[in-house]
Ligand binder design. Structure first.
Ligand SMILES: [Zn+2]
Length: 122
């Protein structure tokens, strides 16, 4: 009986985790939809944790000054996983512009499942 209950527990947990993953994935997709269709607002957005769990671990950004695009691997950021993706706009910096002593905010474009052109600088 104990093993059956333990197996049922594991089964229920796996189903629960799959449901959460689906919820996180849908949250990422609805945010992407909003960015594409209306260009914002960026707030509310998924958290880093939800984006990674929802299989959207890449964030495409564009420098608001020089328009250089790059992709950020959310899983490797040093920000707490509970940080909202929209809060990253003011925290992610363009490396080109920072060399010129400028710190323009990043424009957030969309969440992606894989990197199109991986950032080789990091
Ligand atoms: Zn720039």
């Amino acid at each position: 009986m104990t093993t059956i209950l333990a197996a049922q527990s594991a089964d229920a947990r796996a189903k629960g985790e799959a449901l959460i993953r689906t919820a996180d994935k849908l949250l990422c997709e609805s945010w992407n939809e909003r960015m594409w269709a209306d260009g914002g607002p960026i707030d509310p957005s998924p958290t880093i944790d939800q984006a990674v769990n929802g299989t959207y671990p890449w964030l495409e950004i564009e420098c608001s000054r020089c328009k250089t695009r790059r992709e950020v691997d959310l899983a490797t950021l040093h920000h707490p996983p509970t940080t909202f993706v929209h809060d990253l706009a003011s925290r992610l910096r363009c490396s080109k512009c920072s060399k010129a002593n400028r710190r323009p905010p990043a424009t957030l474009l969309q969440l992606a499942q894989r990197a199109r052109h991986p950032d080789r600088e990091t």
